[in-house]
Design a protein around this ligand. Sequence first.
Ligand SMILES: Nc1nc2c(ncn2[C@@H]2O[C@H](COP(=O)(O)OP(=O)(O)OP(=O)(O)O)[C@@H](O)[C@H]2O)c(=O)[nH]1
Ligand SMILES: [Mg+2]
Ligand SMILES: [Zn+2]
Length: 354
Amino acid sequence: MIKKREKKKFIRQNLKLQNVNIDNIDSFDDEEIVEEKRATKKTIQKSETSQKSNLELKKGRILEVKTNHVCLVDVNKKILECTLSGRLKQIDYETRRLVAVGDFVNVDFSDIPRIEEILPRRNVLSRFSEENFQKEVILASNIDQVIITTSVQKPEINLSLLDRYICAARISGIIPIICVNKIDLAEDEVELKKQMRFYADNDIQIVYTSAEDGTGMPDLKKLLMNKNSVFSGHSGTGKSSIINFLQPELNLRVSEVSDFTSKGMHTTTSARLLEWDFGGYLVDTPGIKTFGLHREEKIGIYRIFPGIDVLSQDCKFLDCSHEHELDCAVKKAVENNEFPGERYQSYLRLINSL
Ligand SMILES: Nc1nc2c(ncn2[C@@H]2O[C@H](COP(=O)(O)OP(=O)(O)OP(=O)(O)O)[C@@H](O)[C@H]2O)c(=O)[nH]1
Ligand SMILES: [Mg+2]
Ligand SMILES: [Zn+2]
């Protein structure tokens, strides 16, 4: 999946370089394009490795990306402020490949510490703006799981947002885990768990927590141990509060209950990679309102949306969109009340938004 995505990205980046001359359509040759692509790839690779000979490189990991290409980097447990090398800034500009929290990098110490190289990423969790020219915002890279943080009240759970998160995570090969926080505020816990049963039935791990009274924290801790996790979700759901509960020394900024309105005041303003004292890493991220996916992932969603992933195996067409095709196992399941209509509507809204 990741490979396919990278290939797609490469094609996207190089579309302009395949300037086929329509007047000479007869001389159009597939091989030329392949050669052209190879040449472009070589140039990118060449500029990705530094030409300097006196580098003193040490491996590090990006903890935070500040403005003007300044990053906080962990190099052998020391936190340093580093800038990006001029060469990297250039690649950055050409390919819009921004440095991300969680990136492994090589830092050159021959002069003031400077990031010389971004090592290949295992994966990224990205969201895309909804406008025509979808802009990618990378939340974090090289991660194992995303803790999709929701809350029982203030703000209430938004299941459509949950569906979007699950799809985005699965597309990138990242495990989605649902955290339902503020369980202390639940008026009817049985009803709440019934509402969430769809996800549990579809093999998605759910933890119910309270950063107020500690409910569910041992279970969550077990899931986080020795993993790279990203906490993401609406503003005010309690991401920073949960992290503080598990490791009070981190002392992350949390908004006072009286300050918080469900309109979404953002307390955490930039993503930051931190280390658990019980093993593993976490990224606390600012709250988001929506989670846009990339248009090119639409077909992938036909086969990874929770519940539809299994059902779609019985559809007549391999690329069934479950919208209008004949012999569609998903539509049949909806008609027979074997698949919840609300989740199917959420699925349709998602694919039609792309
Ligand atoms: N009752 C209750 N309140 C909670 C719980 N967890 C967090 N809160 C409160 O919810 C409010 C928001 O918490 P934060 O931890 O700042 O939320 P956040 O998700 O980090 O918000 P952003 O940084 O804006 O994305 C604070 O007033 C917390 O005290 C909980 O489990 N129960
Ligand atoms: Mg926060
Ligand atoms: Zn179908």
